[in-house]
Design a protein around this ligand. Structure first.
Ligand SMILES: [Cu+2]
Length: 167
């Protein structure tokens, strides 16, 4: 394939991809006016945070800790400290959703995206996500920068059902 054709393919293909918002970068993810319910929760309101979890992200392609358990109904403030030199991000989702998104990022490394459940963190900086876990289940978080997810830059979030909830 000629370079020009390849470029056209790269430019055209993202337009056919479904529903990924390509917005401007923000240092902090906050709840938009109308928060969208996802399978893994909904944007949280800072005033309703009842727990803060601090994570480190490093150029070793790891999050520490990489295993989290929260209770259904909790609103968590994730404070993500970036101690490396590369660009990293934290994205929360279902394992399936993150795998698909990572595959897309591998094809289009410069793709910009911004949602309440993700934060991009520049080297030496700290980012935040405020997320309300109103769905029980097994979820993941990951860095979807091309190659990072594949290198193992991911972790799990287990949301245990609210006590007393009917099963
Ligand atoms: Cu990364």
């Amino acid at each position: 394939m000629k370079p020009s054709l390849l470029l056209i393919a790269l430019l055209a293909a993202p337009l056919t991809q479904p529903a990924h918002a390509h917005g401007e970068k923000k240092p902090v993810a906050v709840a938009p006016a109308a928060a969208e319910q996802t399978a893994w929760g909904i944007a949280g309101k800072p005033a309703q945070v009842n727990r803060t979890v601090t994570l480190d992200m490093t150029d070793a392609m790891r999050f520490t800790p990489d295993t989290l358990t929260v209770q259904e109904g909790e609103t968590v403030r994730f404070v993500v400290r970036h101690t490396g030199r590369m660009r990293h991000e934290m994205v929360i989702g279902t394992p399936d959703e993150l795998a698909k998104h990572a595959a897309l990022m591998a094809r289009f490394p410069n793709m910009e995206h911004d949602e309440a459940y993700m934060v991009h963190v520049d080297p030496g900086k700290t980012g935040e996500i405020v997320w309300h876990f109103n769905r029980a289940g097994s979820f993941e978080f990951a860095c979807l920068i091309a190659g990072h997810y594949e290198a193992g830059m991911r972790g799990t979030i287990t949301v245990t059902p609210k006590q007393g909830a009917a099963k």
